[in-house]
Design a protein around this ligand. Structure first.
Ligand code: SME
Length: 149
């Protein structure tokens, strides 16, 4: 299966999985698990916007830093810009927060509020052990998945 085909199935799977569910932690937990298992990344998880920082949410993979300030690292930058950030080589990203030395590339996708579609309520962060893992296909489908939340 190509990555595109895997993502297409994943989106439909997630749509069915969270249908009717309203608890955010339950939704984020199963989305992180489904993405992680279906596509197979190093670290897949959410950080939630709480007051003026990002706080670690449901994830799959090794332990990670728990608090990230606005504008800091890739996650804080995606929150500040309110847009997806793709980093082909984390060592080249100024201010990258190294939760694990194994992480080589990263994508962070904002999750927007349903009430105010400009307000970021969380970010989906995915790390890979390989350089340049993420491309426009990942962006397209991960943005679609975050739009389902
Ligand atoms: N590398 C991220 C921090 C989170 S961990 O990778 C799980 C960043 O720079 O925002």
């Amino acid at each position: 299966m190509t990555k595109e085909e895997k993502y297409k199935e994943l989106v439909e799977d997630i749509r069915a999985l969270i249908d009717g569910e309203t608890d955010m932690i339950a939704i984020m937990s199963n989305i992180a698990a489904d993405i992680h298992q279906t596509i197979g990344f190093w670290w897949t998880g959410f950080y939630r916007v709480i007051d003026d920082e990002l706080v670690l949410g449901p994830f799959q993979g090794p332990i990670a830093c728990m608090h990230i300030a606005f504008g800091r690292g890739v996650c804080g930058t995606a929150w500040k810009r309110a847009e997806t950030v793709i980093v082909p080589d984390v060592e080249q990203f100024p201010g990258h927060i190294a939760c694990s030395s194994q992480s080589r590339s990263e994508i962070v996708v904002p999750v927007f509020s349903h009430e105010d579609n400009k307000k970021v309520i969380a970010v989906l962060d995915i790390d890979s052990e390989h350089l340049a893992t993420f491309d426009e296909t990942d962006r397209k489908f991960l943005e679609e998945i975050c739009g389902l939340i």
